[in-house]
Design a protein around this ligand. Structure first.
Ligand code: ZN
Length: 262
């Protein structure tokens, strides 16, 4: 499929919450391959709303790795200097707040919740009745969750009452990711299979956006790169910057060739 302007569009959307690992690089290469198969444009979107873990060296690492991989993109910042000119997460928060308000107006079952993650009960759901109390939204003090109806996809229901707005007065990942993909008009998405439940949740959320292209996007999930012990790699476990060696390039090329989609 293509956007209204006839262009296929995919995106590279790393979160700068740590130095990238081999699995992130595999994801970028698979996006590049899908883009070339569909003559799609590539957008670089740095998912930096989690401002508490954001560090400039993590953003710089994204540019370093993309450059080393030889990936080109036509939308989004081309360098650290261009990234620094973009509006900050705090400056963009109002836009997501308006989008969330519109989605609630369209019937999204969101509610203000006083519970932290620790307070949640079985199945990560609020059991203190916050949804029934219709608590008011108080800026800087309020967390907003979405309650997925029991009849929805079991994978989505299992995610519990997912936050859409954080107590720190910033939008949560699930909200920014779906709004950004919706507004960008992304037609092709490649994600690691660990994000499959997240994709299902976002497909559910997209029903409350006006005629969202996200609902028609081709979304693929790939198997993850694991460490020697068979554990999935994680940015937060990373010990430092990935060494970009010829051996790594060879390994990545093999992984791209043998990529398994799920
Ligand atoms: Zn609650």
């Amino acid at each position: 499929m293509t956007t209204e302007t006839g262009h296929a569009l995919t995106r590279i959307a790393p979160t700068p919450s740590g130095f990238l690992h081999a699995g992130n690089l595999l994801n970028f290469l698979l996006i590049q391959r899908l883009a070339s198969e569909h003559s799609a444009d590539i957008a670089l979107r740095i998912d930096d709303m989690d401002a508490f873990r954001l560090r400039p060296e993590y953003v710089a690492d994204i540019f370093r790795c993309l450059q080393w991989l030889g990936i080109c993109w036509s939308i989004g910042p081309q360098s650290m200097a261009e990234y620094e000119l973009l509006p900050s997460p705090e400056e963009r928060a109002d836009h997501y707040y308006d989008a969330l308000t519109d989605m609630i107006g369209a019937g999204l079952p969101a509610f203000v919740c006083r519970c932290s993650r620790r307070d949640l009960g079985r199945d990560a759901r609020c059991e203190k009745g916050c949804a029934d109390k219709r608590l008011p939204f108080v800026p800087r003090k309020t967390l907003v969750r979405v309650r997925i109806p029991a009849g929805a996809d079991p994978e989505v229901v299992a995610m519990g009452d997912t936050p859409l707005w954080r107590r720190e007065d910033l939008p949560a990942y699930q909200l920014t990711s779906i709004i950004d993909d919706h507004e960008l008009g992304v037609t092709h998405i490649v994600r690691g299979e660990d994000l499959r439940p997240s994709t299902e949740l976002q497909l559910w959320l997209a029903r409350f956006l006006p005629d969202s292209p996200f609902l028609r996007a081709e979304i693929r999930h790939h198997h993850l790169v694991t460490d020697d012990a068979g554990q999935k790699l994680s940015k937060s476990q990373g010990t430092g910057m990935l060494e970009l060696t010829p051996a790594l390039r060879e390994r990545l090329e093999q992984l791209v060739e043998s990529a398994v989609w799920s």
